[in-house]
Design a protein around this ligand. Structure first.
Ligand SMILES: Nc1ncnc2c1ncn2[C@@H]1O[C@H](COP(=O)(O)OP(=O)(O)OP(=O)(O)O)[C@@H](O)[C@H]1O
Ligand SMILES: [Mg+2]
Length: 246
């Protein structure tokens, strides 16, 4: 259930340039508890930069970013690591290590989040996460033995293993056929419901946006150009917005 009074992420007037390339000019957004916010934008518009700024993988230049009530600029590295355990990040491309089995890939990710969880406890979490994405019994497989859709699911399982409060999905369905893409989109909605997760989902896949979005934001010319439900944005007469829905 979406709780509009509880804001988990608040970006205000965020600016980020790389040299003369002004990527984020003045971006503001809020994510409420339980909400799936879909961000759309052309390739190169700064969508990945935006979510990397949220977890300080990239330092923004000005403006403020609050995540789970922390001003992320003010955090020490240690505090930032603690905060990152509550945030799952599904990177663009599945980014699995080819030389490790599915289980090992997941265990490796866990080690970075919490070294204390090991042995039977770790195996149980891995099993549960794989089960959650419909991939029970695949733990011993190598990434090369998986289809593109299965790799996305494993990457998703790895992201949700610690049941993060917030998930940042960067293009969760890119490169997948329409049927698999819909399955992954439904899985995202399932996880939202089952664990009351909140998410920012970056996509140019409008079918994914339609299935997953409670609210959408169009990132255009470095600003939060338009915000609203899928239906309202799809009816927006502004050509810059409308072109995503053609
Ligand atoms: N680490 C970096 N150093 C310099 N420039 C960068 C860096 N990361 C991103 N950029 C630049 O920022 C701009 C936005 O990149 P970003 O990856 O956020 O685009 P995107 O909207 O995610 O695109 P796509 O849909 O293709 O993934 C691009 O011009 C890119 O070259
Ligand atoms: Mg990107």
């Amino acid at each position: 259930m979406i709780n509009n009074s509880e804001i988990l992420v608040k970006m205000s007037n965020v600016h980020k340039s790389f040299g003369s390339n002004q990527v984020l000019q003045e971006v503001s957004l809020e994510l409420c508890r339980g909400e799936n916010l879909v961000v759309i934008g052309k390739s190169g518009s700064g969508k990945s930069v935006l979510i990397k700024c949220l977890v300080r993988l990239i330092n923004h230049d000005s403006g403020s970013i609050e995540v789970l009530n922390h001003n992320i600029q003010a955090l020490t590295e240690k505090q930032l690591d603690a905060l990152r355990t509550k945030i799952g990040f599904l990177f663009q491309g599945s980014a699995l290590y080819d030389s490790m089995t599915v289980e090992e890939n997941m265990g490796f990710a866990m080690q970075r989040l919490n070294k204390k969880i090991q042995g039977a406890e770790l195996n149980k979490l891995i099993e549960e996460a794989l089960d959650n994405v419909g991939l029970k019994y695949t733990g011993k497989l190598m990434p090369s033995e998986l289809s593109g859709g299965m790799k996305k699911r494993v990457a998703l399982a790895r992201t949700i293993i610690m049941k993060p409060e917030i998930i940042l999905y960067d293009e969760p369905t890119t490169g997948l056929d329409p049927v698999t893409s819909r399955e992954i989109s439904r899985l995202i909605v399932d996880l939202q419901g089952r664990y009351q997760m909140s998410a920012i989902i970056i996509t140019h896949d409008m079918s994914c946006a339609k299935i997953t979005a409670n609210r959408m934001m169009a990132l255009i010319n470095g600003i939060n150009y338009a915000t609203g439900s899928y239906d309202s944005l799809s009816k927006n007469p502004d050509l810059l917005v409308h072109s995503f829905f053609e």
